[in-house]
Design a protein. Structure first.
Length: 481
């Protein structure tokens, strides 16, 4: 996106300074900088609900992110939300820059990409069941991707997307923004540098969902393509609590789908995608994962929503490490060493959105230990982890998009972290179905030890809502991806 001198100077006065010169070595794999010094990244937003309006749009319209990128298009299957976000983004730019910057609105991803071929990158914030299909469409078009967690719902769709992103050489960032928070980075660095000795146990608290949801069938809003929203999932009657609120004044509230299978798996993939990713980072298992999962849970019984409520899971990691995930633990991750020393990390009192669930027990320190000396700054002989600029997850992604450098997350690590969540979900489903209590997992073959459960690893398809069909139409053989 070429800038006029007038626009460039206005943006500079409104935003924090950011070096617009690409440093030596910060180039794409083709050996050339991706952007010239006076170009900005053109971004399209896909999915305009709670996270997009209360988190992503605000991040992109301030500070260094404003200097690096511009939102040029917004897209959602509900056109009321398209109009709403179009106005929000245009008003944000008017306040920040003192000028009107038009933003185009679309109902469908394909239409946005066709109408705005200059889009460089996208933020995918659709419901969980639609993550991978939307991302595959964008990756086939060569767009860099920021995507909300969890990375995938099934192992096969996750592997197809992972291989495509790598093959296309795209920059990918999953929205596991805890990796850009200093307390999580420091905790994982302390653990990986051996301050606790051999890790024998990790305790993870995620919170708990509440049952409910109206069950009565309702007419589909005229502004909403409900069939496209269902996507690859089975046909089902429309009721507002299956999808999202039609009250735009409540767009920041938690949508019903987040606690209703097959659109979301509940807390195990909601907060689990955050905290189990930190487990993976801290244990240094980002390219693999656990080898088994066992446990139990309770299921919702009243209302429309149907995911688990209370849960108690044990993952076994190589070396016999026990990762215990339970709703009675404080929200956060506690690494425990062989001598009983521990390091605990969490968000503390911070909430990403106002509708984040209340956590059990008192709010603990964001970073704590039984021995204060375990939390001293890293020494010169210890290895640090990737530090996002300004501790800003979005800025970390935009910087990598611009330069071709690395993000704090990548597509492969995002895939494996999602598989940990999926394994927990499948373990709970296995027990409910009477198929057993312990589910083995092979991170190399990406298969369980249960033939019936392996059927649930497959990529869902319904008519034209099919990742394999999309790949085949673009000349990619899904079987070889």
């Amino acid at each position: 996106m070429k800038l006029t001198r007038k626009s460039f100077l206005k943006a500079g006065a409104a935003a924090l300074a950011f070096p617009m010169i690409v440093p030596a070595g910060c180039v794409s794999r083709r050996g050339k900088p991706r952007f010239s010094p006076n170009e900005r990244i053109e971004v399209g937003l896909i999915g305009l609900g709670r996270i997009s309006t209360t988190f992503e749009q605000k991040l992109l319209a301030k500070g260094d992110n404003l200097r690096l990128a511009r939102i040029v298009g917004v897209c959602d299957l509900d056109t009321r939300r398209v109009d709403h976000s179009k106005g929000l983004v245009e008003n944000a730019y008017r306040k920040a820059l003192g000028e009107s910057i038009p933003v185009a609105g679309f109902q469908y991803v394909d239409d946005m990409l066709a109408s705005l071929p200059g889009i460089d990158a996208v933020c995918v914030s659709v419901p969980d069941h639609a993550h991978c299909l939307a991302a595959v469409i964008c990756a086939l078009a060569g767009k860099h991707i920021w995507m909300q967690k969890p990375f995938s719902q099934t192992v096969q769709e996750g592997r197809l997307l992972t291989n495509l992103v790598k093959r296309k050489g795209l920059t990918f960032q999953i929205s596991s923004q805890q990796r850009s928070a200093p307390q999580f980075r420091n905790a994982c660095a302390f653990v990986r540098n051996g301050r606790l000795g051999k890790i024998v146990r990790v305790e993870v608290g995620l919170g708990i969902d509440k049952e409910g949801g109206r069950t009565e069938e309702m007419p589909v809003p005229k502004t909403f393509d409900y069939d496209a929203w269902l996507g690859a999932t089975p046909e089902a009657y429309y009721t507002e609590d299956r999808c999202h609120t039609q009250d735009l004044s409540r767009i920041g509230s938690r949508p019903g789908w987040i606690q209703m299978a097959p659109y979301g798996w509940g807390m195990i993939t909601n907060w689990g995608a955050h905290h189990l990713d930190i487990v993976q980072w801290g244990l240094g298992t980002e390219d693999s994962g656990p080898v088994a999962c066992t446990g139990n849970c309770e299921w919702m019984k009243k209302g429309l929503w149907n995911v688990h409520t209370a849960y108690d899971l044990h993952y076994t990691y190589p070396g016999g490490i026990d990762v215990h995930v339970c709703n009675t633990f404080p929200n956060g991750v506690k690494f425990i060493g062989e001598k009983g020393d521990w390091i605990f990390v969490s968000r503390g009192a911070q909430k990403v959105t106002a509708s984040d669930p209340t956590q059990p027990g008192p709010v603990l320190k964001a970073l704590d230990s039984n021995k204060p000396e375990l939390l001293l700054p890293l020494r010169a002989d210890e290895t640090p982890l990737h530090a996002s600029p300004n501790n800003d997850h979005m800025l970390d992604w935009l910087t990598a998009v611009r330069t071709g450098g690395a993000c704090v997350t990548n597509v492969e690590s995002a895939f494996h972290s999602a598989n940990v969540c999926t394994l927990g979900h499948l373990c709970m489903e296995m027990r409910r179905s009477g198929l057993g209590t312990t589910l083995g997992w092979n991170p190399r073959t990406e298969q369980t030890d249960n033939a019936e459960i392996n059927k649930l690893l497959r990529c869902p398809e319904r008519g034209r809502y099919s990742i394999p069909r999309r790949l085949a139409a673009a000349g990619y053989d899904p079987a070889k991806q």
